[in-house]
Design a protein around this ligand. Sequence first.
Ligand code: S3P
Length: 172
Amino acid sequence: LVDRLGTRTIVLVGLMGAGKTSVGKRLAAKLQLPFIDADAEIEKAANATIPEIFAKHGEAYFRDGERRVIRRLLDGRPKVLATGGGAFMSEETREAIAAGAISIWLRADLDILMARVRKRSNRPLLQTADPEATMRGLMDQRYPVYAKADIHILSRDVAHDVVADETIRAID
Ligand code: S3P
């Protein structure tokens, strides 16, 4: 499989709570590739947390930094790259991924997503009166775009290991 991947990076896309970071870490360990989380790289570059970046500079500024950080991460050695839920919505980012990487959409149902994001309150987009309605809106808006990813994997209530194995089988 690593041969077949050649120099291509594996990019995980999907909504908040889909398991991009958790599954990505397992996937990277199994494939002996480095794991990088784009959100963590953005925080490092900005020396601020994502909620701080949103609060101080707004979403457009965050998206701009996100595009630049992902472009940089797509260069260089192959890796497993987890992206923030909004990253794949950028056409420029989708084109950069299509040019040299393989995209995996981790799809999950609403109840799974909500159960997972409830545990962490670090998502500025979900600081609304009705986070579940907000999430449903994001599903409507984003699923048609995530569907452009090369491979679709159902992320569900099983061990991340199982989803990572299914992903490897789907690439292979
Ligand atoms: C976002 C998802 C977050 C983070 C930011 C915006 C989104 O990443 O990039 O809060 O637009 O869906 P995760 O998907 O890793 O939570």
